[in-house]
Design a protein around this ligand. Sequence first.
Ligand code: ADP
Ligand code: MG
Length: 682
Amino acid sequence: MDLHSLPVRSVSGVTPAKAKELEELGIDSVARLIDYYPFRYEDYRIRDLAEVKDGEKITIQGKLYSEPALQMYGRSKSRMSCKVYVDPLFVTAVLFNRHFLKDRLRPGQEIVLTGKWEAKRLQLTVSEAEFPGGSSSQTGTLQPVYSLTAALSQKWMRKTVKQALTQFGALVPEVLPPQLTDKYGFMARKQAVYRIHHPDDAAEGRQARRRLVYEELFFFQLKMHAFRALQRKKADGVAHEFDNEVVRQFVRALPFKLTDSQKKVIGEILHDLKQPYCMNRLLQGDVGAGKTVVAAAALFASVRAGHQGALMVPTEILAEQHKRSLERLYEPYGIQVGLLTGSLTDRQRRDTINSLHMGLIDVVVGTHALIQDDVMFRNLGLVVTDEQHRFGVNQRSVLRRKGMNPDVLTMTATPIPRTLAITAFGDLDVSTLRELPKGRKPIQTYALGHDKLERVIDFIRKEVSGGRQAYIICPLIEESDKLDVQNAIDVHAQMSHAFPEFRVGLLHGRMPAQEKDDIMNAFKDNDVQVLVSTTVIEVGVDVPNATVMVIYDAVRFGLSQLHQLRGRVGRGEHQSTCILIADPKNETAKERMRVMTETNDGFEIARRDLELRGPGDFFGTKQSGLPEFKLADMMSDFEIMEHARDDAAELVAQSDFWTAADNLPLREFLQREQILDGERLD
Ligand code: ADP
Ligand code: MG
């Protein structure tokens, strides 16, 4: 019998009304009920009072010694106290609002009381009382505590889960192949689900949990590895045909020599492009590591193979910049580059879309506008997304719906700490740029209080007089009553005044696209020397002559964001400096500034960021793309996750994975998850 298709109402005691409440919790079958694990336990084991600390919640067992003394406050409120002999002590038990128990509290009566212990007064404030011989004895046990809606009580849930285990526990199937249960010495699934609800002691609870956590993570990994394996088998991607030598020529013509990392990564991508399966690769590399040129080489290869390429970016500023640099690189080869952003006129947009459809544009650079419904390609071969964590997935399904199945390369400068990468990107192949181009000098970072602004201005003057350029970043555009932060417009006025000899520009998100473009180009051409900007330049912007980055109210930014902003400088051969302005007395500021001044390594910063913020926040909840686990914790169960990943990969690679009887539960799971269709089951 399949417990997944057995309704919860099959458990006795579950009325239609209760069943509805359970459904609110996502419990719609007996299997789901049994798999609804407690998040902690309540300890009803009898403790020796000598070992109990003041304020602990405990359970004691003893004999009533005195008649209870009752005081009523109005009709329903009361306080009752009585002496209980708990060998060798006399304890005062205090019960609030339980006057209905008065008649049962007779001297000589055996009783079990749970409550909060006040060591000094030898007093227990009782939360639960039990008389031995009662029906549902919890005394002496660890009781599960479930996460519930208000309509369900812990008591009812405990009883119901226990009932489900009694009725159906014997039918809980093993799902892991013996190969794995043997390897780790796991208890059987039957036993584990019983024990996680009702462990005899904490160690047993942990053991049950360990097995179930492994199982959860293993199935998660299995899904991804099986998906990938099937994708490869299906081979319904674009098999690019081109000569590596053509790409080599392109690379040789670049104005600089590629780093070894860049060469290696380009090699990995070219290999994937040629395969008939769909590439799904993540390229991570620190800010300034030179990801753009890797994308350029990959797109070049796709075009040479007779396909079109798309480069998708998060901001219009970045789209414009990438378009310009690709045009420059591709000019000698007659490759046509187009631009598609939200701020094109209707007419421009129509023209571009037509050209794409007819194949007149080889490579298009754009924002989200690229994946709108009316955008059709003639022969899309490769999509690169720049500076997006988790863009890849949705965008891929959008493209698929259009009947396209291009290779996909996702680039990010927020290195994903290993802990998260394994979960978030388990379904991607990963390439990493491990080095920066030669000759880069590490950026020097300082944290200063607001009162040192004069010094900052002097420093900017010195740098700009020497031919360099500077960014000044402010958190907000306009003055706001609520937030006492510097705003770009004010700071722009202030800086224009401070630097009459330079041109000071202003850039923020609410400016019309054309104006943004003009100011960015002016900065690029060094017609503007000091650029006051909001965070619109946070990602991707590349002006190697800029060497000073000043960040106002630096505490308002997270570590990864500060690192991104800082990465706008240090992109050329000149020594660069980042100045973080923050209140030195603010604790958060102190911690963040310490990390920023200590290290330039994006991976290290990402790790610290994750520690400070936790995984949900790290990605920003909206596009986190992180799976939610019932039992497993991504951070603390990381090691189990690594084992699960290796096991899943190994298993899927075994030649008999798709046929062996031991693996049938795994294939059934894959089918339930719609990764596998029916025919492949046996
Ligand atoms: P990011 O990885 O942050 O996107 P970019 O691709 O914008 O970095 O590259 C940063 C700067 O380094 C650009 O000005 C780019 O032209 C330059 N660059 C890239 N690769 C090399 C290299 N191998 N040698 C020297 N400069 C390089
Ligand atoms: Mg970039």
